[in-house]
Design a protein. Structure first.
Length: 126
């Protein structure tokens, strides 16, 4: 009984933590938070095939340099990612976003991220 309850709670937490792939803003935010914290596995989950290949290459480049990605994820600075606007045109979405170190960061980076429709959801394409 205890094992069943624990398993049910664990699966519920995992389900709640997943990104809603039908919402391009949520996909973009999930990808960007993962990418800027070096969580390449999570970033790859929200990417299209081309972007997944690029992420794998980045991961391998870090490993070839002897970088411990787990340690890098733990020690990396945390960035604030804000998705401001999403423009959907057919099977493409453009998300404008800002990345900054904190609320007072005068060097905030304002960029756009392209997403493409993939099955019944959205995936990042860069």
């Amino acid at each position: 009984m205890k094992k069943t309850l624990i398993l049910t709670l664990l699966l519920g937490c995992i389900a709640c933590h997943r990104c809603d792939r039908s919402n391009p803003a949520e996909v973009a935010e999930t990808f960007l938070n993962a990418y800027f914290s070096y969580d390449f596995d999570r970033a790859e989950e929200t990417a299209d095939d081309q972007t997944q290949t690029a992420i794998r290459q980045m991961r391998e480049q870090f490993r070839a340099q002897g970088t411990d990605l787990g340690k890098l994820q733990w020690e990396s600075e945390r960035y604030l990612v804000t998705v401001h606007h999403v423009l959907v045109e057919g099977d493409t979405a453009i998300c404008s976003y800002t990345v900054k170190k904190d609320e007072t960061d005068a060097n905030a980076m304002n960029e756009n991220l392209i997403l493409v429709r993939k099955g019944d959801g959205w995936a990042v394409n860069f």
